[in-house]
Write a protein that binds this ligand. Structure first.
Ligand code: GRF
Length: 201
């Protein structure tokens, strides 16, 4: 697999920046080939441009899912992307997209999956009263937050937490484990048994 990453985002872009920082610091041997936002107002676009990265806005509003995904795939192919990293990308991918990049799409989710999939996972966990939550990097399949799990980190829920303070503590771990998961996938040093992703020793 080539080491050219395609980052898809819709918002703040802190996970994208953490990946870019890891590459700049030599912690991750990869290259960001393109950053694509489906929203023109996404705050993540400006820092991508400031860093001299190839940042593209492809507005999705009002477009049929697969028609939009065909544009996205074309943009990723034009940039010779080997691995797609969803980083706060707020659109469900079509089956077409997923079949174009089989086991080559990663997502980060702010809970310990399979608990609290879907939107506002940190709030869901907080309201549920769990004592531990965390984050998960997983392969993307056609289900919702449901593909094989690559990395997880556990974060305690403190008695004086708010949903916001918990989210901030989870986000720190997100930034750490996304790099680890990307490095593992790019290394190819793992096997998949059923749903289990097992790193080589
Ligand atoms: C993160 O919490 C991530 O887990 C979820 O969306 C949020 C994106 O944040 N999928 P950012 O745009 O990377 O700052």
């Amino acid at each position: 697999m080539n080491r050219r990453l395609g980052i898809l985002l819709s918002g703040r872009g802190s996970n994208f920046l953490a990946i870019a920082d890891s590459i700049a610091a030599g912690r991750l041997d990869a290259e960001i080939a393109v950053v694509i936002s489906n929203r023109s107002e996404a705050p993540g676009i400006a820092p991508a441009l400031e860093r001299g990265l190839n940042a593209v806005v492809l507005p999705s509003k009002g477009l049929d899912r697969e028609i939009y995904d065909r544009k996205l795939v074309a943009e990723l192919r034009n940039n010779d992307v080997g691995l797609v990293c969803l980083a706060g990308y707020m659109r469900i991918l079509s089956g077409y997209f997923i079949r174009e990049f089989p086991m080559r799409i990663l997502n980060i989710h702010p809970s310990l999956l399979p608990a609290f999939s879907g939107l506002d996972a940190q709030h869901q966990a907080f309201e549920h009263g769990v004592k531990f939550s965390g984050c998960t990097v997983h392969f993307v399949d056609e289900g919702l937050d449901s593909g094989p799990i690559l990395c997880q980190a556990v974060v305690p829920v403190l008695d004086d937490d708010t949903a916001e303070s918990l989210s901030a503590r989870i986000l720190k771990e997100e930034h750490r484990i996304y790099t680890e998961a990307i490095a593992l996938v790019l290394s190819g040093r793992f096997k998949i048994e059923g749903r289990r992703v097992i790193p080589a020793r």
